[in-house]
Design a protein around this ligand. Sequence first.
Ligand code: MV4
Length: 518
Amino acid sequence: MSPIFRKVLIANRGEIALRIIRACQELGIPTVAVYSDADARAPHVREADEAVHIGPAPSAQSYLLGDRLIDVAKRTGAEAVHPGYGFLSERAWFARAVRDAGLVWVGPPAEAIEAMGSKTAARQLVSAAGVPVVPGTTEAIRDADEAVAIAETFGFPVLLKAAAGGGGKGMRIVRSAGELAGALASAQREAKNAFGDDAVYIEKYIEGPRHVEIQVLADTHGNVMHLGERECSVQRRHQKMIEEAPSVAVAAPLRKRMGDTAVAAARAAGYVNAGTCEFLLDRDEQFYFLEMNTRIQVEHPVTELVMSIDLVQWQLRIAAGEAIPFANRTFTPRGWALECRITSEDAFNGFLPSTGRIDYLHLPTGPGVRWDGGIESGSEIGLYYDPMLAKLIVHAPTRPLAIARMRRALLELTIDGVETSQGFHLRVLDHPDFQRGDISIQWLEDKLPELTKPTGNADAIRLAAIAAALVAHEERTVGRTSSPAPSSGGAASTNESASHALPSAWAASARADGLRSR
Ligand code: MV4
């Protein structure tokens, strides 16, 4: 059978480029990768069928050059362009330019990207479709007097937001009328700097909600469906650290209400392809639409695992004009999935970005473990791109089992050469609040002091150092031995023999303590 596309150009890098290559390979579609100077030896370049150099390391001179990407697509005979996430994925002008060049855009229509791009326009659009939004204005505020008058209709605290914004830039919490004028001026200044547009609007500030988002899938035949929720409350400065599906806060009736709402929002925007509606969910199961992400998201794998679906393959099939054959089915999550974003940041040192060469990489495997990574041994980690190196994703029958599995997988993972978030993730997983699912969007930042504090357990650190020395000694000894170590025979081979059990248990506990105490 002939593939749905003759060839696909991947306008991205790192783990998402590899993720798209894998989807294409399974669909029999040849791929073209693009790369900057910094990525000449990156895994996505090697794994694609072809690769084209597009410029120097800075993304403004490479991955953000729309015309060059379209030119490469035409020259290599690609039929479609997949933008991944970030870079040009939500730029309506690029979606339009791809389409105008006679290529297929593997993403939503430019018009849908635009409709959701302005946060005030999106509020108007979806609330007209019956979607609940946070009480507030849909028009830019003129002055502080007007802001005070509006704030007093629903009460303080209120939140000032940039109309052109999203992702938290230009936001100000205001707790009293007296603070409004100053906050408005600074929000406008920040919005102007970040987006070239100083329009700011006002909303009631929702205290301590969860961030719950609904995955949507829509085709060109009028089918719009949802694939349940992801819980993304564990985030710091609008960077998500851990995501999961389903959410402890969402049972089937709420899933249906939120899902139907997300479908209505997507329909209102004329949405096609994969997208996500973000909601704030408060403690009384009230939810409010925040914004729609018009791309495949970083955290899509947790939905893939609990819903048994390949979202990237469906993005490609939908772009090729296929109708979703399961659009009328209600998807129910099976088991629990967790994702940890492994970043090159030193969490125990103010999340300072870490650079260097990955000189050793050992990946976790075994039951229920998935690694979506963009790195390998020898990769140089610089400062040109996002610090996310990879995603570690696990799937298990229940949430406690998924947490145990993630813990186990994080302990199996070794990344030498750069500092990573690995040890920090273990601390979060070990926290009783996280284990109870008792979290909100403020939780992580509230707990940062205790989550990044050195254990101060001198004994454990000493024990870990002794264990590490013993393990190193053992490794040297094993390396010199030409014949296998004598075993007691039978099925129990070297690894199960008592003499080896002790050092390996020490190695595991040393690694756990080492990661925890940094
Ligand atoms: C809010 C909110 C509370 N009340 N709006 C953050 C980025 C942008 N997407 C909207 N955001 C928020 N809007 C009202 N009316 C709290 C946040 C918010 C947040 C939302 C989702 C995930 C993490 C967050 C962290 C801080 C604040």
